[in-house]
Design a protein around this ligand. Structure first.
Ligand SMILES: Cc1ncc(COP(=O)(O)O)c(C=O)c1O
Length: 365
């Protein structure tokens, strides 16, 4: 069986470090915040080349907290890619703003800057740029658009830990970056966790206060915030994994390179492209074919697990039909029935990747 994801295998490779880290937190009883949470913020900030890092409870909260900290006028329009996980847009609505979906590029599935420009109105205040599947967005173009129209650029880097754009890690290319450490992510906790990165000290402080009941001291609450803190056990888990993350991302890139070589030239199968000047984090390896259902079934019969990210484009979800963007002839609205995620992760060997290639080639040939 070639698994889509194998977190137990990953654990076995780091078992001693992990068990010791978890035992230390329990011994110290530092379950909320504490030494590991503070150290992880520092280490992850350094890893992402960000001056500030604020640990929070999950990646969805991270986006919401940044939006709140930016103090956009109530009812502002925020542009979000039409292909993403619902968290990217949910955070906008839950912050009291209006989601406007923009299309994604056919080769890389990230925000299409030209379509973003078409969606801008006098009410637009921000863009959530999702580095989907681990591929950084076209940040130069998006930054220029934001400068021209005075918009805030937020990076949803939930799938892109360690990804780079022109030699710089994602997460501080806009005003702030948001990360998810959901267990299946490239850097995954053993539960929910998230983080915000920024080079803006005031924004970092504001986010930290929002995430912790608006407090500065124990009972000194400057405003009403919320409870969205990074817990000590998750921080300890993440610190252990962070030490291995660069190697794991290299492994993902190697698997992607093997797939790229082995699957090239198959008629009816579109492979993901890597944007020039970027380091892809390959959270997911997503191919496109009109025969998606048949291919997934065939691979399952070959004991190869696959996934779909995402089966329904955001504008077509029941949650968003009120926007009326489900009928728009966007690439994202058409592509959702063709996307298929092949196995990807540090659990895969070169031989696993070659077995996947063999099966996919057999299907098409
Ligand atoms: C692109 C994207 N944004 C946001 C999130 C939300 O993260 P979380 O599940 O930690 O709330 C996720 C992950 O699930 C995601 O894939």
């Amino acid at each position: 069986m070639i698994k889509f994801l194998d977190l137990y295998q990953q654990y076995q490779g780091i078992r001693q470090e992990m068990d010791a880290a978890i035992a230390r937190v329990i011994q110290q009883s530092s379950f909320i915040g504490g030494e590991d949470a503070a150290a992880f913020e520092k280490e992850f900030g350094t890893f992402q080349q960000a001056t500030h890092c604020v640990g929070v409870a999950n990646g969805t909260d991270a986006i919401e907290i940044v939006l709140e900290a930016l103090e956009l006028a109530h009812g502002s329009e925020v542009i979000v890619p039409a292909n993403s996980f619902i968290a990217s847009s949910e955070a906008v609505t839950r912050s009291g703003h209006r989601v406007i979906f923009a299309d994604v590029l056919q080769d890389t599935y990230t925000l299409d800057p030209a379509d973003v420009v078409r969606r801008i109105t006098p009410k637009t205040r921000a863009i959530v740029a999702v580095h989907l599947y681990g591929q950084p967005c076209r940040m130069d173009e998006l930054t220029a658009i934001c400068r021209t129209h005075n918009l805030k650029l937020i990076e949803d880097a939930a799938q892109a830990h360690g990804a780079e754009y022109k030699g710089h890690r994602v997460g501080t290319l806009g005003v702030a970056g948001t990360f998810s450490f959901y267990p299946g992510k490239n850097l995954g906790a053993y539960g929910d966790a998230g983080a915000i990165t920024t080079n803006d000290i005031d924004l970092a402080l504001k986010c930290r206060m929002i995430a912790n009941h608006g407090r500065t001291g124990k009972y000194d609450h400057r405003f009403e915030g919320r409870n969205s803190r990074l817990d000590g056990l998750q921080a300890a888990v993440l610190r252990v994994k962070l030490r291995h993350l660069d190697n794991w991302i290299e492994r993902r890139n190697r698997i992607a390179a093997i797939y790229g070589d082995g699957l090239a030239g198959l008629r009816g199968l579109a492979l993901p492209m890597i944007e020039a000047g970027t380091r892809h984090a390959f959270h997911l390896y997503v191919v496109r074919t009109e025969k998606r259902e048949q291919l997934a079934k065939f691979l399952a019969e070959c004991e190869i697990q696959t996934g779909v990210h995402y089966p329904i484009a955001l504008p077509k979800l029941q949650a968003y039909t009120y926007l009326g963007q489900d009928k728009e002839p966007m690439f994202a609205n058409r592509a959702d029935s063709t996307l298929l995620s092949l196995p990807m992760g540090d659990h895969l060997s070169d031989a696993d990747a070659r077995a996947v290639i063999q099966a996919v080639r057999r299907f098409f040939e």
